[in-house]
Ligand binder design. Structure first.
Ligand code: SF4
Length: 357
């Protein structure tokens, strides 16, 4: 009998993009290298999106070999892309551990927007959202959020010859439940040695975690905050967004006031007008009242039904009446048409369709 002895290395490679510049410097010094190399490496892994240490042509071969022995570069790959009749592109992305997420490029006449995911699945169970019916498997790392932006930005350039102008954290997951990685990804997207995009071009959307909204205030963030409201009445909101049970409208209003006092950033409320649920004048009145808590605007979003729930969008004239009432109360109100409906890329439709076998 032959015994094949397999020696498994127990050395775990460190994802080099999980390190701050300072941490990378320290590691290099520990390895007997000069600290300034960290800046060169940082440019390769963030600005130039290198996926292999051998691409780092201004480093010696010896250093590249040392890096390979201690580190890895986990990068996100496009698995599949679909183009909608309105030119929206939905992509599924594979992660280093086999998990799959989705992101969307939304081209409109005045902007190119990337919609990115922040978690694999979601732990919040909003009843109208396809992702809410999936389990939350894990948080995305900052580099995995960043890579989606880089890949979608490339799609914008390759397909439409226009650079990315905006980024919204409105894909799969609740960004404020992955706070540190969300913040780090924004830091890298806005950094001169990252993508150098203005923070004002980024919007983070939350289902409403009061404590974390306050934390955004304490951190004095410069990006925009959107709250998916969908009802300005606790019992209705509890029904469709169970997170409201621990984060009531009173708690959210207090958190938003605090956030505004620290950042001076107006807030966007997203509101889907569901047929026979929150489409009456009384609902519009409650929303207008809620808007008085903080400088804000309302985006009314078109809903795209999903097979898992039986919500439908209110009729167009009802939505118009709803919007007109808000405007009559001095609330800035936009009615947004949905994009990418034919490829399930619209708001609330992102979910990995698992094969039956
Ligand atoms: S709407 Fe957002 S927070 Fe709610 S289940 Fe969907 S992904 Fe999660």
């Amino acid at each position: 009998m032959t015994y094949l002895c397999i020696v498994l290395s127990t050395t775990k490679l460190i994802d080099i993009r999980s390190l701050s510049l300072e941490q990378l410097k320290d590691k290099l010094v520990e390895m007997g290298e000069q600290g300034f190399r960290a800046k060169q490496i940082y440019e390769w892994i963030w600005q130039k999106s290198a996926i292999d240490f051998d691409q780092m042509s201004n480093l010696s071969k010896e250093l590249r070999e040392k890096l390979k022995a201690g580190f890895t570069i986990n990068f996100v790959k496009v698995k599949e892309s679909q183009v909608s009749s309105d030119k929206t592109i939905k992509s599924s992305f594979s992660l280093y551990d086999g998990n799959i997420i989705e992101g969307v490029l939304i081209p409109t006449p005045d902007r190119m927007t990337a919609c990115v995911s922040s978690q694999v699945g979601c732990s919040l169970t909003c009843k109208f959202c396809a992702t809410g019916y999936m389990d939350r498997k894990r948080n995305l790392n900052a580099d995995e959020i960043y890579d989606q932006v880089v890949l979608i930005s490339k799609q914008a350039e390759d397909n439409y010859g226009i650079p990315l102008s905006n980024i919204v954290y409105m894909g799969m997951g609740e960004p404020l439940l992955n706070y540190a990685n969300m913040m780090k990804s924004v830091e890298r997207i806005t950094a001169p040695d990252g993508l150098n995009m203005a923070a004002k071009r980024i919007t983070v959307s939350t289902a409403g975690i009061a404590k974390m909204i306050k934390k955004l205030g304490d951190d004095e963030v410069r990006f925009n905050l959107a709250l998916s409201l969908h009802a300005a009445n606790d019992s209705k909101r509890n029904e469709i967004m169970p997170i409201n049970e621990q984060n009531s409208l009173t708690a959210l209003a207090e958190a938003l006031r605090y956030y505004y006092s620290k950042t001076k950033n107006p807030v966007t409320f997203e509101y889907i007008v569901f047929h026979n649920f929150n489409d009456e004048l009384q609902d519009a009145k409650e929303l207008a009242r809620f808007c008085k808590h903080v400088p804000c605007k309302v985006n009314i979003i078109e809903y795209n039904p999903i097979s898992l729930a039986d919500f439908v969008n209110a009729e167009a004239d009802k939505i118009e009446t709803f919007a007109s009432y808000l405007r009559s109360q001095g609330v800035i109100t936009n009615v947004r048409r949905s994009r990418g409906k034919d490829i399930d890329a619209a708001c609330g439709q992102l979910a990995i369709k698992e094969k039956a076998n």
